[in-house]
Write a protein that binds this ligand. Sequence first.
Ligand code: ADP
Ligand code: MG
Ligand code: ZN
Length: 557
Amino acid sequence: MKSPLEILQKYFGYDNFRLEQANAIENVISKKDTFVLMPTGGGKSLCYQIPALVLEGTAIVISPLIALMKDQVDALRVNGILASYINSSMSFFEQNETLNQLKNGKLKLLYVAPEKLSSENGAFLEMLREINISMFAVDEAHCVSHWGHDFRPDYLFLNGLKKQFPKIPVIALTASADEITRKDIIKQLNLQNPLVLISSFDRANIKYFVQSKQSVLQNIIQYLNEHPDDSGIIYCLSRKGTEELSKKLKENGINSAFYHAGISSLERAEVQENFLKDKTRVMVATIAFGMGIDKSNVRFVMHADLPKNLESYYQETGRAGRDGLPSEAILFYSSADVMKLKKFAMIEGNQEQSELMLQKLKQMSDFAEMQKCRRQYLMEYFGEKHDGNCNACDFCLSEFENWEATTDAQKLLSAVFRLKERYGKNLIIDFLRGSRSVKITDYMQTLPTYGIGNNHDKSYWQNLVTQLLINGFLSESNEDFSVLKLNEESKLVLFKNKKVIFRKVKEKAKAVNVDVVETHYSTSTIDKNPDLFLDLKSLRREIAERENVPPYVIFSD
Ligand code: ADP
Ligand code: MG
Ligand code: ZN
């Protein structure tokens, strides 16, 4: 009998095991349940493929996507391994042939879709009882959990597996599980005292960048022109989005195709194949594209729209650089995308689900907006320690300068107050900049703060609002739309001249990268701004009246 390492070298041509592969393999061989969490591209397949070759009998591999089974099985066959698959896309005759091989003990691995294990397929389950099964491998195991980001009802057929085949070891594999999902997978699959193996999620060869979504098309085209030899994936939220972007890229002479669940399966297979074989350079796709796709030389993964959560983001960006060579992940970020996804999350039927989605969305937008090493944020999100300074993300690679924003913050906060905390940021900014748009009523134009913010453009103010929000100087209530509200910190800025100093990336394009470096108090700011000074005086009095406290409690001057 060959050792796992010998099998790795002989059948797969690799020298060494990676990450937790060796431990997973050993545990499965000793017929115990195993849970493997490994990043995309980490090498989960070998964790069951090698034990399948060591153990007697046939390994049953449950895999969600019919389209991928064929690729995986073909790859195994090329290496001289007896593998096959069975799914509903095959003719009766083909299925029968595979079942005969299975009965005759000719297969080391059989890939099946989860619905094969439903009780409606009683005949198949009966057959499994009659053959020698070495193990069950549940690939993309997060699909069994409602908490995961890609729940698939068919995976629920797997709940009974352990009861029906109590002696057969199960290995569950996923790239995508926070702690709740991880526990839920183990519970749903009824794993018995499993060895839980969590490999580091850090993909050291991927650089992470977040850019403003403004002029996203030009930025993408520029990037593609500057990296003419690189192939990659651009994710969009909607099907239409993929078609439009792909069309625009083609108009600009870039070899691209689009992929989404709305095109025929025949077409999808072809589009996918062209990309795998380097005939298509840029794949513009919805999240329907990519699960399990093993193209090693994907040099970049871009997100033209914001992903719903960090699990998706990380899994999608993880498709870059499977060959270990330097690769880039670029997220084009806008707060408008956050609002859009918020709406989707809020119409989610079940309230618990909806709240979870909102929470995950918040973590996604914090990742983009926070002033922190991106890798550190990601690693900490997935439960790993990281001390920052990765030197391979836009934050770590940027130079910073201080941004003294106290006066502008006071202008903005007083505009929020003047408009009675009833409006969203766009109207407040228009008001502040003295816009004459129809939304700014005649009455508004008579208010003292009107127009005092015309020293900066709209995007400056938008950025300031974002930074005030993330750093807690301003709050936001979600009614039908987002309404800006003052909070205790806002009052400190307005009344006690609490200083607001952010750190900001020197480059113009990186306007979202800002952070507080210091907060202390000054007395000088207002005096230099007579307009604001006048307004603040009366404003302070009004707030004092409204809040029914004697003015001197709030007044600091
Ligand atoms: P995952 O399912 O975790 O996303 P795969 O099993 O598809 O990853 O493996 C990703 C790539 O890494 C494949 O090309 C695979 O052949 C390669 N790979 C896996 N294990 C090793 C190893 N020990 N040494 C080198 N390459 C490996
Ligand atoms: Mg895989
Ligand atoms: Zn970093």
